[in-house]
Design a protein. Structure first.
Length: 164
């Protein structure tokens, strides 16, 4: 079963069975709105959620607070991520995500992972795409400032990326 349908059915049922990672035992988790402070959705592509697959958008409307974490690598549609939409298509989901959650502070964008690889004898990286991705998301009001803290320890600076 695809995740949006599974989650929508779980929300309607008020609970889901979740296998524990080490023991494999099943844990019953309440999804009743009165038991959930914030429901966090994390994806590289929210198109199936926004398309209301399995009635998920309708089911999500029962919660007071939603939070969406959007991970963008800039490599969607390439040999490294062939089943992910291009980053320009994914960024276009940001306004709909903000509408879904009701506040731009509840949508965060994460440019990750930063990767380097060899292609025809040359070293390539998705790092240079970071600025365009972050600027596009920021234009819609999505939070990306945490990225600066993430990039600096890896040798990058906000100035070097042209973000400040």
């Amino acid at each position: 079963m695809h995740f949006p349908r599974w989650l929508a059915e779980g929300i309607r049922a008020g609970e889901v069975e979740v296998p524990q990672p080490y023991s494999g035992r099943i844990r019953l988790v309440s999804l009743r709105p009165e038991d959930v402070q914030t429901l966090v959705l994390w994806s590289k592509d929210f198109s199936r959620v926004l398309g209301d697959e399995g009635g998920l958008c309708h089911a999500l409307a029962t919660y007071d607070q939603l939070f969406c974490h959007l991970t963008i690598t800039g490599l969607g549609g390439t040999a490294l991520e062939p089943s992910i939409s291009s980053w320009t298509e994914v960024v276009e989901q940001v306004p709909e995500l903000i509408e879904l959650v009701g506040d731009p502070r509840r949508v965060t964008v994460w440019f990750d992972p930063i990767v380097h690889w060899r292609d025809d004898g040359q070293i390539r990286s998705n790092f240079p795409q970071g600025r365009g991705i972050l600027e596009a998301c920021a234009a819609y009001g999505a939070d990306y400032l945490h990225l600066l803290r993430h990039l600096v320890p890896q040798g990058a600076t906000a100035e070097g990326m042209g973000l400040v």
